[in-house]
Write a protein that binds this ligand. Structure first.
Ligand code: HEC
Length: 109
């Protein structure tokens, strides 16, 4: 790889990261580990990034446990005016990447 294409790659990576810092992307492997559908989780991530960062910062899914996400989702889905289908996809995404329950265990990304 020459210097210019390496620079282009670096700029591309930095730009992509700046848009949605540390909001983990769904990979087929991660979906399999979560026992969830890849397309469903990917749609959930897009909806989360697109609808949930307007009023406050986007938390990383790993900042909360699945139970904590489930607690906030009904009210926040209303705030974001999500349909039930959209709410299910966002919840599935956040749950798949949530922190393991228990005292400050290592977060999945
Ligand atoms: C219209 C504005 C708005 C939108 C859109 C919105 N939120 Fe919120 N969110 C708030 C406000 C205001 C609070 C704090 C007060 C409260 O808890 O009701 C909050 C609090 C939260 C909290 C709790 C933070 C804490 O630690 O107490 C979470 C988690 C959250 N939102 C997630 C989401 C998610 C997920 C979405 C997208 C589905 C979303 N929010 C969309 C306004 C919004």
């Amino acid at each position: 790889m020459n210097r210019l294409s390496r620079l282009a790659l670096l700029v591309g990576t930095v730009t992509a990261t700046a848009c949605a810092p540390a909001i983990p992307r769904v990979t087929p492997d991660a979906a399999t580990r979560a026992g969830a559908d890849f397309a469903h989780l990917s749609a959930g991530r897009e909806l989360y990034v697109g609808n949930c960062g307007g009023c406050h910062r986007l938390s990383r899914p790993g900042e909360r446990t699945a139970a904590e996400w489930a607690l906030h989702m009904p009210e926040m889905a209303q705030e974001a005016k999500l349909t039930p289908e959209e709410t299910a996809a966002v919840t599935a995404y956040l749950t798949a990447f949530a922190r393991a329950p228990g005292p400050e265990t290592a977060a999945t990304p």
